[in-house]
Design a protein around this ligand. Sequence first.
Ligand SMILES: [Zn+2]
Length: 407
Amino acid sequence: MLEPVKDDVSTPLFEPMADLHLHAVKSTNEEDLKAGTVTDSWVSSEYRGVSTEEFVDAKTKEGCSQDCLFDIIDNFHQADLPTVPHIIDALYHAVMDDNYPDVLTFLTIGTPSCFTMEETIRAMEAFQSDTITSAKISLKGDLFFSKQLTGLRSDIIPTAPLNLDHRMMAKNLETLTPAAEKYGYRPVVKLHPLLQQVHLGRIPDDVFKVLNEHGALLVTHTGVFQGGPCTLEDGILDIDASDPIHMEKHASKYSNIDILLSHMGTPDKVVERYWLNRNKVVRHLLNAIQLLLDHPNIYGDIGGLMYSAPTDGNYGEEKSETEVDFTSRSELAFDSIAMRLNDPVRYGEKGKLLFRDKIVHGSDFPVTSITELKKQMRVLGTLGKGESVRRIKNNMAHRAYKLARKR
Ligand SMILES: [Zn+2]
């Protein structure tokens, strides 16, 4: 067992950091589910096809605490949840690593290859620390008490998938909202227009009404996949269905919800060129920026958009249209976001809020790697070289935490 965390719970040492974009995926195949293996092609090669056992062995060899890894796995087993390597890794860093978000949002879109809403709630419960009060007698004979946390210290935010039937949405939120609020979080609803076959502009108003009644945070993917153009079931082009601009009317009408635009429209020079050759100008990134500047309840995450400083290998080289490499394809977008961080927003008290205040941390993990994420957080924090992410005030991960808290 781990030693209890020594912090006095009554005085938090820091403002927690949150990641609002972690995919809680699992295998649909019984054997892989048991071993914890996930084989989806979009999962980072660090985790793809690796069983929990192999993963723990490798991490232990790297010098990670085996006790902590086993404790995380125990918590999952006790809650009857699958132990998936990337989820164990994110939790390991949440618990042990001062420069990694403490609070992880487990996103589900309701398909068999991700955790169910109920499983994300059980995951939340599995990681709640208890406090113990111990009494000690000092050398002088005085009795004093100290409060300590036991077990692992990290929060998981549960989520529900968006449902186009407002009655089903209401039913799910009747379960999710009290579960999240018990620990101070608001209900988070996840939408992936392409995987859920939902046109962002055609979501019934009644669904937003329900979200508004619950004060929900809607996390929606925006933009298209990189593999090539696809159409939704009823023949709608992906590029039209996933344009963030469709969120504008709902944000204006419902002030009790917040909308987080994941990937800021997935700006991608290969995709943009493809459509330009077909006389279509893709404005997803520009639309996302406009929405953040104009609407107090719209935010953006930069999941998958990587910093442009060269790292190693063939980073930054031109790629063919068939190659999928989000890092090199989105670097111009990262630069344009980084350059606009100090633009003032166009609402409220003049000059009070800046564009940077509307960017929150969402990692798109496990598409990305932990090392990339830390660099990205640092660059969009305050460029404090040598400073720990934790010490950068007001950075995106602290804002993500505030956005997830109950209003
Ligand atoms: Zn994602």
